[in-house]
Design a protein around this ligand. Structure first.
Ligand code: UT7
Length: 336
């Protein structure tokens, strides 16, 4: 007999975060290390970005896949659920080591989520946000009850260590959350994109037949960024989308415990805090130690906050927002 799925009378609610995990490679690249490679210095990088050091993958040990698996396993362990309950695995990555199979299928195998459907999401830095919002839609529809959402990046593979405008920013790592349907959970989101403005942040695939292997092409295979344009985009659109989200949910910013933002630049976060007239303590940061880990930045930070007791048991009201290449950006509000 053919059974329609999900059943039309089922309303699941949204997914509550019941487990968090992360992985950071052990090697650390400091600002002083970078000053030996390009013309820069610790004072400039610290003042302009807030970054002091970043974790860099070890080619002998770490791949995007291995980091995604490590974070996924840690999140499942933290959740305490039977992995067979997981109905969906989504991995966000803009730097996968394999084009196929999907990294999500690798994670599924490693965590024994044998009943899960799997796919990857590439939305650059807001990849985790996009994957999380997608997973919420699957949960809300009743199609799945439980989802594992991972953000994993090996950005150092795509970083031009001759370009001081980008190599100071990026780091590697992975983070993950397990979501479980909860009819009581408050959750709301706004997602936006502006593909017409994508030129300021771009990285071309190395495999393109007919492309001459010129110096220009070689450089296009690295992260290319017009930093100032991206900066202006972020400080304009992130406050706007958060304002709109708070209006949509009827929430005063004072009621929010934490605004958890993509860790791209300390000055961007400070600018959003100023716009919202909220104290900087409500904007957790680990950028000083991790740099910008793209789609991994938010789940890595969430894991840190759970471990040090700032999050847990669904008691904190949070707004989570991210932005990046695409241009894509957005925010969601929930309790963690
Ligand atoms: O995940 C989302 C993606 N990315 C972002 O969110 C990045 C957003 N943008 C930024 O974070 C900032 O634009 C950067 C940190 C990348 C650059 O900071 P900036 O304040 O916008 O610097 P700038 O590009 O306007 O450069 C100012 C000066 C220039 O020198 P002149 O022309 O004034 O003499 C640069 O050549 O600073 C110079 N400069 C540096 N100096 C020392 C640029 N990079 C460096 C460096 N060390 N690493």
């Amino acid at each position: 007999m053919f059974t329609s799925y999900p059943s039309s009378d089922r309303v699941n609610g949204f997914g509550r975060v019941i487990g968090i995990g992360s992985y950071l490679p052990k090697d650390v690249l400091t600002n002083d290390d970078l000053a030996k490679i390009v013309e820069t210095n610790d004072a400039w990088i610290t003042e302009r970005t807030g970054i002091k050091e970043r974790h860099i993958s070890d080619p002998a040990e770490d791949t995007t896949e291995s980091m995604a698996v490590a974070a996924g396993k840690a999140a499942v362990l933290d959740s305490g659920i039977d992995p067979k309950e997981i109905g969906l695995v989504v991995v966000a990555s803009t730097t996968p080591n394999i084009l196929f199979p999907a990294l999500a299928a690798c994670v599924q195998a490693a965590v024994d989520a044998d009943n899960a459907m799997c796919f990857d999401v590439n939305a650059a830095c807001p990849g985790f946000l996009t994957a999380y919002v997608t997973a919420q839609s699957y949960i809300r529809s009743g199609m799945v009850d439980c989802a594992l959402v991972v953000g994993a990046e090996n950005l150092s593979n795509y970083t031009n260590y001759e370009d001081r405008g980008t190599c100071i920013l990026f780091g590697d790592g992975a983070g993950a959350v397990v979501l479980k349907a909860d009819p009581e959970l408050q959750y709301n989101t706004i997602m936006r994109a502006s593909g017409k403005r994508s030129g300021c942040l771009r990285c071309e695939s190395v495999m393109q037949k007919g492309k001459e292997k010129t110096e220009e092409f070689r450089k296009s295979n690295y992260i290319n960024m017009d930093g100032q344009t991206v900066f202006k985009f972020a400080v304009t659109e992130v406050p706007r989308v958060i304002d709109d989200l708070l209006e949509k949910t009827g929430t005063n910013p004072d009621e929010i415990d934490y605004f958890i933002l993509h860790q791209a630049n300390r000055r961007i976060i400070e600018s959003v805090a100023k716009h919202l007239r909220q104290p900087l303590e409500k904007f957790p940061m680990n950028i000083e130690r991790t740099g910008n880990t793209s789609s991994a930045s938010i789940p890595i930070l969430l894991d840190e906050m759970k471990k040090d007791g700032r999050l847990g048991e669904g008691k904190k009201k949070v707004v989570i927002s991210s932005f990046g290449a695409g241009l894509i950006w957005g925010a969601f509000q929930t309790d963690i």
